[in-house]
Design a protein around this ligand. Structure first.
Ligand code: SF4
Ligand code: SF4
Length: 253
């Protein structure tokens, strides 16, 4: 039987009357909450089959809906409760694609921490299963390719250019890519951290660890951000690698 968190039920289906009498019994008070039933006739069981048949999705049917995964998921707990791994698995198994589509804006938010998989008592490879659900939806045109793909491309470009990544440049370069105004130094044209329109949540997220760093480490990071370190003799290798990746279409999307 499905387990329902209240946050998963549409508000218009929740009824709570000031006073309610059922068959002569006054059930007003905390018992006085009714969830209106709904009829579902638009489901696609082939969708679940497709997930089970993919190598990463095989464990989906082991799920018994205990919700340990969701209880340990940082995205659910600290970002948006609409991101609910247990519920996505539930909907996918029933083939309720329209319900999954309603959550398309949050479904890609997994940060790949694997806490869900680690906690699952039934051995469901939760993160992998969720990725298969997303991939299957994207393949069928039911959901847009998830935005992290854009980040993957930006990340790859950085590695191709320098042979390694530099965290600060990656972070603030990405912020710029998202359309935020960043201020750049006049000579090297590199973003100056936190000057411009850095979103508040990101300031909080990055300032906390920075406060605990020692001054030498901070200066080293600032230097690396201005003069991005490069892998030795990278230029030759870069050209070969870029050519191979272009031929294989790995840079196409
Ligand atoms: S922890 Fe495992 S069994 Fe429990 S709801 Fe999540 S995936 Fe299903
Ligand atoms: S891997 Fe993704 S779904 Fe699993 S706990 Fe981490 S953020 Fe949540």
């Amino acid at each position: 039987m499905a387990i329902h968190e209240r946050s998963l039920v549409e508000p218009e289906r929740i009824l709570r009357k000031e006073r309610l009498v059922v068959e002569g019994i006054d059930v007003s008070g905390d018992w006085n909450l009714i969830i209106l039933p709904r009829v579902i006739n638009d489901y696609d069981l082939d969708f679940a089959k497709e997930i089970v048949n993919s190598p990463d999705g095989k464990t989906i049917n082991q799920c018994y809906q205990c919700s340990y995964c969701t209880a340990s998921c940082p995205v659910h707990n600290y970002w948006d409760e609409r991101y609910n791994p247990r519920h996505f698995i539930y909907l996918a198994r029933l083939g309720m694609i329209d319900e999954l589509q309603k959550r398309a804006d949050v479904m890609w938010r997994c940060v790949s921490c694997h806490k869900c998989t680690h906690r699952c008592p039934k051995g469901v490879l939760v993160e992998e299963v969720l990725k298969v659900i997303l991939r299957t939806m994207a393949k069928k045109g039911l959901i847009e390719e998830y935005p992290s793909k854009k980040f993957d491309k930006f990340f790859t470009e950085q590695v191709l250019e320098y042979g390694r990544i530099e965290d600060g440049e990656l972070l603030f370069g990405w912020i710029e890519k998202q359309g935020y105004k960043v201020v750049k130094d006049p000579i090297l044209k590199k973003p100056i951290p936190f000057i411009g329109e850095t979103p508040e949540w990101l300031k909080q997220l990055t300032l906390k660890p920075i406060k605990s760093m020692n001054i030498g480490f901070l200066m080293l990071n600032a230097k690396h951000m201005l003069f991005h370190p490069r892998t030795k003799n990278w230029n030759k290798f870069k050209q070969v690698l870029r050519k191979v990746m272009e031929e294989e279409g790995a840079l196409a999307h």
